[in-house]
Design a protein around this ligand. Structure first.
Ligand code: ADP
Length: 458
């Protein structure tokens, strides 16, 4: 059943109220019932106290002639509400009955040694009957005294109470349901407002935020949470837009280069050396495209989060020596010395493949942005468990350091320089380092070089 929230709340409350009220009604009814019958029984007992002195016996026989007159007289005095009296002997013979019993008699069962009280129907009326044993002087059970009192008064009270409860119960539930439903609808009004406002937020107005309610309650917390969620969605939408713009921009540069070179070649016949020069230019641009595509693929695999890795003890010196050999040509071209101050036994706990990508990017950047004729130093600090890669190059201005790990970010100096780059390398480095819980720090100042420090936890 598709019930509205406020109806559900009201229903839950009404059911709870119904159960509680029912329990209260049953308790009240039981108490009144027991009290009414106790009262009747007390009346019967006091009647018995009055008439018992008028019962006479000799040996084990009751003497009806002696007591009939006195009993009748006693009985007549208490005639305000009709009291039925009868005396039965041990042989179940009726020895006396009050005149108001006429041709009938009260119920008499086996003689009992203790008084008992029970309900009977007499001439269509409910009667409360008390049955008292009669003992002679030697304690022998010689008969019983039966006293009956009409229950009309108690029955009236009980049936009135029953009727009141039967009418009051559904009425009370209805009123309770309506009041709770009204209170619940007032209570969820801010939520409905929230739904309305949130529903209006889309791609176009993603910067809209929901106004915070004045009371710092759950609705306030929900509104804050939705606003925070909108913050994150806005950031990721903007980042997506930015990335698309950056990709187009980065791809356009090499594509324009390729087109320019080919147009020059097609315009007229040229010397072989000219062809060679332009074709080298085209190859350079194609390499650049390749690099962007490679790095973007790496990043999208990392973003997908399905890269598995396993940490093992990796020998740092060997790993860096391998990278150094692959960079030999660059080192020679740029006349840069790559020094490795790491003992052969130093190992770190990391995924070898991922660590290689990190170090390759950092060393390649140190060579790209380092100064010709200077050196790049890879050193290990055993006390801190830190690996540093330092160069003496152009450095990074302090205000641009916070952005260098962003995708496609390049410092102003790099953009305007001839140094080729995509701005993706450091974001790959950061993602891979975070994945392995390797802390990465940058220390740089324009003109005095840059140091990237990797801190390994173990
Ligand atoms: P790129 O392909 O441009 O090198 P990266 O993501 O590797 O992209 O680096 C981002 C930017 O950070 C670079 O463009 C450069 O401006 C700056 N950078 C990175 N490493 C260094 C360094 N060792 N010295 C100076 N600047 C650096």
């Amino acid at each position: 059943m598709n019930l509205r929230f406020r109806t559900r709340i009201a229903l839950f409350n009404a059911v709870a109220a119904a159960v509680t009220t029912l329990v209260v009604f049953v308790v009240v009814y039981t108490v009144v019932y027991v009290t009414a019958y106790q009262h009747l029984d007390d009346q019967i007992r006091s009647e018995k106290e009055e008439v018992i002195y008028n019962i006479h016996w000799k040996g084990d026989s009751l003497l009806p002639d002696l007591m009939s007159e006195k009993l009748e007289a006693e009985h007549r005095q208490a005639e305000v509400s009709p009291t039925f009296l009868q005396v039965v002997d041990s042989k179940h013979r009726l020895v006396f009955k009050s005149a108001n019993l006429q041709n009938d008699h009260l119920l008499f069962a086996d003689l009992l040694t203790v008084p008992v009280f029970f309900n009977i129907e007499f001439n269509g009326k409910l009667i409360r009957q008390g049955q008292f044993p009669i003992f002679n002087d030697s304690g022998q059970l010689i008969g019983q005294l039966d006293i009956g009192l009409p229950q009309a008064e108690s029955t009236l009270i009980l049936s009135n109470l029953q009727l009141t409860m039967i009418i009051a119960f559904p009425l009370m539930l209805l009123v309770f349901f309506m009041v709770t439903s009204w209170a619940a609808s007032r209570g969820i009004a801010p939520v409905q407002q929230l739904i309305k406002t949130t529903g209006k937020i889309g791609d176009k107005n993603i910067n809209t935020r929901i106004p915070l309610p004045s009371h710092k309650d759950e609705i306030y917390q929900l509104t804050c949470t939705i606003n925070e969620l909108l913050d994150r969605i806005e950031v990721s939408l903007n980042r997506e837009k930015q990335i698309t713009a950056d990709i187009s921009h980065e791809l356009r540069t090499p594509v324009t280069g390729i087109r320019g070179n080919l147009e020059v070649l097609i315009r007229k016949t040229r010397e072989p050396a000219h062809y060679e020069e332009k074709i080298r230019g085209v190859i350079g641009d194609v390499d650049s495209l390749n690099r962007i595509i490679d790095q973007m693929l790496q990043l999208s695999r990392l973003d997908a989060g399905n890269m598995t890795f396993s940490k093992t003890a990796v020998g740092l010196r060997d790993l860096i020596q391998g990278i150094k050999e692959r960079c030999n040509r660059k080192l020679e071209e740029q006349n840069i010395m790559l020094e490795v101050e790491i003992s052969p036994e130093v190992t770190v706990l990391a995924d070898k493949g991922f660590l290689e990508i990190i170090l390759e990017n950092l060393i390649s950047n140190a060579l790209k942005y380092g100064s010709s004729g200077e050196r790049v130093l890879c050193s290990w600090n055993p006390k801190e468990n830190d690996l540093s890669i330092s160069d003496n190059g152009q450095g990074i201005p302090a205000d641009q350091i916070p952005y260098i790990f962003n995708r496609f970010y390049r410092t102003d100096a790099s953009r305007s320089s001839q140094v080729q780059g995509t701005g993706l390398g450091l974001s790959i480095v950061k993602t891979l380092a975070d994945l392995q819980e390797i802390n990465i720090k940058v220390n740089s100042a324009p003109g005095s070089g840059t140091t990237f420090t990797l801190h390994f936890n173990s």
